[in-house]
Design a protein around this ligand. Structure first.
Ligand code: SF4
Length: 337
């Protein structure tokens, strides 16, 4: 992705790769690999929201876990505030995780059913050495900030809350450590539409209030468009397009991005344009197609799309695409730069 001028990224990801082995038989031998994330690079700038969008199974949730080293990458670099995250010791990683927090999709599964929500929020502070009384006080203040009155909700258990309230607890739990970066993995996908809007608005308020940086992962293009300044589109473990949310919405370049927009319902008559439909299911990440991984579903596929994979190249300011349809454009840009 082309970096924005004169800004230093908070998070830099380069060439990140994770392949999971599939084992079977008596000796549990590896017989195949799931290529979940393959050579993914992007930057996240301070106080922005970078949206990552793609169908389920495209590797975006694995990517979230790789960035926080909850899953160890096979290759690639991750720099946070200029520091090499992959090279961090266990003790240093614990400190770094204060600054980089993850909010999961399923608000119920990610809460301990035996802890009251006040204890759940205070727990991470205790782990990082905050005295019990101070931790409880900060947890109560944080619950209040996410719209859960601690006098009413503090002593309740997760099963006594609605889905939206549980996700507010998860957000409080992530923010109570005063992180710089929040990685939000499908944070509203499990919620009703009306509750989704409330949680999204809360996230926007908290971001402005605390100068937070978000990596927002979702399969829902409308949600991504609403919250993101820039967007990365992933297909079968790879980035196929990246750019500002406006550039992608106004003129999506990659046939897959065009298909995602075509599939997303819109009320905007200017956006209702003819785009090629997305045909068939995504291929298996165990044995992805050669060359361009989208070619088996692409309406514009050409013989050479099965050869070398297309590389991300610039098609405009901060707008990159990996598709042979735009190679001539990228070559002209390179010459005139
Ligand atoms: Fe379609 Fe070829 Fe572009 Fe891939 S590289 S999206 S197959 S035109």
């Amino acid at each position: 992705m082309t970096p924005a001028p004169s800004r230093t990224p908070l998070l830099e990801v380069r060439g990140l790769r994770k392949h999971f082995p599939l084992r079977g038989g008596l000796l549990q031998r590896t017989y195949a690999w799931v290529r979940a994330v393959d050579d993914v690079s992007f930057d996240v700038y301070p106080a922005e929201t970078l949206g990552i969008v793609g169908e389920s199974g495209c590797g975006k949730s694995t990517l979230a876990r790789l960035v926080l080293r909850l899953v160890e990458p096979d290759a690639g670099t991750i720099r946070f505030g200029g520091e090499d995250v992959r090279g961090a010791t266990r003790a240093r990683m614990k400190q770094l995780r204060r600054d980089m927090q993850l909010v999961f999709q399923d608000p119920y599964a990610s809460l301990n059913p035996r802890l009251t929500i006040e204890d759940a929020v205070a727990f991470s502070l205790l782990v990082h050495g905050t005295p019990r009384g101070a931790a409880r006080q900060r947890a109560r203040a944080m619950l209040g900030r996410v719209g859960l009155d601690p006098r009413l909700y503090g002593r309740r258990y997760p099963h006594e809350l609605s889905g939206g309230q549980r996700q507010r607890v998860n957000i409080a739990r992530a923010l109570v450590l005063d992180p710089k970066l929040l990685v939000l993995d499908e944070p509203v996908s499990a919620l009703d539409k009306s509750v989704q809007a409330q949680v999204l608005n809360l996230l926007q308020e908290l971001k402005a209030e605390r100068a937070l940086t978000y990596v927002f992962i979702s399969h829902d293009l409308n949600v991504i468009e609403y919250v993101s300044g820039r967007v990365v589109v992933m297909y079968l473990g790879q980035v196929v397009e990246s750019g500002t949310a406006d550039a992608l919405a106004d003129a999506p370049k990659h046939p897959y991005t065009q298909a995602l927009f075509a599939a997303a319902p819109t009320m905007d008559p200017d956006r209702r344009i003819e785009r090629p439909p997305l045909a068939g299911d995504p291929p298996n990440a165990i044995d992805p197609p050669s060359g361009c991984r989208f070619r088996t579903r692409c309406a514009f596929a050409m013989p050479h799309c099965a050869g070398a994979p297309p590389r991300l190249s610039s098609v405009g300011a901060d707008h990159d695409v990996a598709c042979y349809l735009y190679e001539a454009h990228a070559a002209v840009e390179a010459v005139t730069r």
